[in-house]
Design a protein around this ligand. Structure first.
Ligand code: ARG
Ligand code: ASP
Length: 728
């Protein structure tokens, strides 16, 4: 009986059931390579990452520090998300030429638009330098000295490791300080905008559909890398020419089916997969509710105005989206952590680790780590809450408070670095304010202020509250500030900041808005921040030790991957649907039919361009359809996070089949606990991208640059050939 059950268990959870993980591309040989091949991959680890021959990594640069992108033609054509290129598309837009609303397509190289300051970075080589970085640190007499030695060693490695003069060396930290990798990189600086669909395609569904499945968004845009005559990085110049890549991705026309192998290659930003249970508990019970709560009141106030005023809607659309993005993510994350019993699972893992520690007689070294975590997190809690509430209120959600806080920092710059730094910073700030106040509405911000400050005062642990905030009627406080402060429009801010440092500081301190921010900031800086920082350091040191124990004591074949840290990673999985709740099952692929089902004429989230509706009605899909239907998005079990946006989705043979841009809401706890049952990443089907470029935009010259392939058809053809050979 037992044997049968075991057998059934093995069938349901085959050895190679995909379990998540973001892997270092230079270390795929062995377990990962085997697992990928078992999932259907036909490539070798060296096809993905190699230093001696061109490999997939040569087609995948970091996009402007935040997103990922991929080269898809021999002429340096670069694909990324619409939401990653958003700032550039916006910066070229005017009222007459609104590329966000209408899209943009360069019909030849001359029409491509330069983006000063923008970069993409290729990884040339990754080398493990752990030994060099940790050299001598065993003899350090304190944690501080150890850290200094590490920093010095890192600096040495960066300076002494060979590189060409147009390349850069940098060292990144993995496993909380247990492993160090040297990255030799090349940064290109002349990146031009080539194409973008209208937002009604590229951002279809906007905030309502964000983090959601079923999804129907064509979230892509196109750029081109330019290089000097030697194909090396160069500042923008008319002389520059399209970059010739070491490798570019062929684009598959064959699409995906459930269970197909997928590989996502990109630059995930941050994850916290090895938090102890006590930290996860605190996140779910205290930190997430605070950040969700404060954003909820801010969003609610903005929404009231956006609904009744078209101008405010335009001014606040992008700010609203930014606040709503993580607001929604944290809700999904908390629900997912609860639903998957992440805390209990972590507790069980901790128990197991403690048993191993005992068994290996390492209690002296690691025996107290969990109780140390308990103490540290209990002491950290109020400070962490204060830190999060302060940054939400004074940096992220209320514009007057953010501007006031920047001015407070300006006053500090004067004190710490003198008049010249003050003057430079002042000029930069004014420049920023000049553009940000264009989209500022004092009456919206006033309402947001009142509600956010109310929330802040009600939820901040009492020891961090200023007397004023404890007692004051918030409506009255708000009126006083917005009635008298100069921070409510650009002209008066400009006047406020006119003159030398002494004059400016005097005037600032007489402004009721500035005075309010300064009082709250001083309280935060004196009573909360120092302890927040020292506890944070204590917890980081514990986390490093905990990570060391996990790495040392786990079975040799355990799947321990380093947290995301903005470096290039490989994650893989399969195309798969999921069941988010009882009786509901989501298919893994959406089609243009679904885009039409959501269509609401004139709506700011679900409107569609007439041309797309026409193409749909005529079923004019060119060669990009799948049995007469136009695929739009699909999901899979790839373990991704913020920063993976724009990552290529690659098939078993190394061809592009899609473009990563999001995750499903129920699975967003994957940053802390990845669950293969409900964690899914969301991708645009490559064929939808080709269809929009070709049939919608008529930019067929771009299609001609690419290499379109039929990996599945040729496989079928090969099988047939083999079969007919056998018959002969
Ligand atoms: N949720 C995705 C990510 O975290 C997409 C965000 C952009 N889209 C939006 N509707 N705000 O970046
Ligand atoms: N949308 C995210 C990004 O911009 C991706 C994610 O969080 O899944 O990187």
């Amino acid at each position: 009986m037992k044997l049968i059950r075991l057998f059934i268990f093995l069938l349901a959870f085959p050895m190679f059931a995909q379990q998540g993980g973001m892997w270092i591309p230079s270390l795929l040989e062995g377990m990962n390579e085997t697992e990928m091949q078992n999932l259907g991959m036909k490539m070798s680890a060296a096809d993905i990452y190699s230093v001696n021959q061109s490999s997939l990594k040569d087609a995948v640069p970091h996009f402007n520090g935040g997103c990922t992108s991929e080269v898809i033609s021999p002429k340096g054509l670069l694909l990324t998300n619409h939401h990653c290129g958003y700032g550039q598309i916006q910066s070229h837009s005017t009222v007459e030429n609104d590329y966000l609303a209408d899209g943009f397509w360069a019909m030849n190289l001359n029409e491509e638009l330069a983006n000063p300051g923008m970069t993409v970075t290729f990884i040339v080589e990754i080398t493990d330098v752990t030994e060099k970085v940790l050299e001598g640190t065993k003899n350090a007499s304190s944690e501080e000295e150890r850290q200094q030695m590490i920093d010095r060693n890192k600096q040495n490695v960066v300076e002494k490791s060979p590189k060409e003069k147009w390349q850069t060396n940098r060292v990144s930290t993995f496993y909380d300080g247990n492993q160090f990798m040297l990255f030799k990189v090349e940064t290109y600086k002349d990146i031009r905008l080539v194409g973008a669909p209208p937002s009604s395609v590229g951002k279809y569904g906007s905030d309502t559909d964000n983090w959601m499945w079923p999804r129907h968004t064509g979230d892509f845009s196109l750029f081109r890398i330019y290089a000097d005559k030697n194909n090396r990085p160069a500042e923008y110049s008319e002389e520059n020419v399209p970059y010739t890549p070491k490798h570019y991705l062929p684009v598959s026309l064959d699409g995906v089916a459930e269970d197909d192998f997928t590989l996502v290659f990109g630059f995930p930003g941050t994850t916290d997969e090895y938090l102890p249970a006590v930290a996860v508990e605190q996140l779910v019970e205290t930190i997430n509710p605070a950040r969700i709560g404060i954003r909820e009141v801010a969003l609610k106030e903005q929404d009231v105005f956006m609904r009744k005023d078209q101008q405010i809607k335009i001014q606040y659309a992008s700010k609203y989206s930014r606040i709503a993005n993580y607001y929604k993510k944290w809700i999904g994350e908390s629900q997912g952590l609860i639903k998957t019993d992440a805390v209990d699972i972590k507790k069980a893992q901790e128990k197991e680790l403690m048993q191993r520690i005992k068994a290996k007689d390492l209690e002296k070294q690691y025996g107290s780590i969990l109780s140390d975590f308990d103490t540290a997190y209990a002491e950290f809690k109020d400070y962490d809450l204060a830190y999060n509430l302060f940054s939400e209120a004074f940096i992220r959600n209320v514009e007057l408070l953010r501007n006031g806080f920047q001015l407070y920092q300006l006053e500090q710059v004067l004190e710490s670095r003198g008049e010249q730094s003050f003057t430079d910073r002042k000029a930069n700030l004014l420049e920023d304010y000049k553009s940000s106040y264009k989209d500022y509405s004092a009456k919206v911000d006033e309402k947001v202020f009142e509600k956010v400050i109310e929330f802040y005062a009600d939820n901040l642990p009492k020891q961090f509250l200023t007397d004023g905030l404890q007692q004051k009627n918030k409506a009255q406080l708000t009126q006083e500030i917005y009635g008298k402060s100069a921070l409510t429009d650009y002209a008066s801010v400009e006047k406020l900041m006119d003159g030398d440092a002494e004059e400016v500081i005097k005037r600032l301190n007489e402004d009721p808005g500035y005075a309010f921010v300064k009082k709250q900031a001083q309280k935060f800086y004196s009573d909360a921040l120092p302890t927040y920082r020292s506890k944070r350091m204590e917890i980081d040191a514990l986390q490093k030790e905990y990570m060391t124990a996990i790495v040392e004591l786990s079975p040799k074949d355990a799947r321990i991957f380093p947290n995301a840290n903005g470096t290039l990673r490989v994650t893989y999985g399969q195309v798969k649907g999921y069941s988010p709740k009882d009786a509901v099952y989501y298919e893994p692929v959406t089609y243009l039919e679904g885009v039409m089902e959501k269509y609401v004429e004139g709506d700011y989230e679900f409107d569609l361009p007439q041309k797309l509706i026409d193409l749909y009605e005529q079923k004019d899909y060119g060669k990009y359809d799948e049995n007469g239907k136009m695929p739009v998005n699909f999901i899979g079990t790839n373990h991704t996070t913020g920063g993976n946006s724009g990552s290529p989705v690659i098939d078993a043979h190394g061809n592009l089949i899609g473009l990563n841009f999001d995750r499903v809401w129920e699975g967003t706890m994957s940053d802390i606990y990845y669950d293969p049952v409900i964690s899914r990443n969301i991708m645009v089907d490559a064929r939808y991208i080709l269809f929009i470029i070709d049939k919608y935009a008529g930019a067929s010259h771009l299609i001609e640059e690419m290499k379109l392939v039929h990996p599945k058809q040729s496989k079928d053809a090969m099988k047939k050939k083999r079969r007919s050979k056998k018959r002969k």
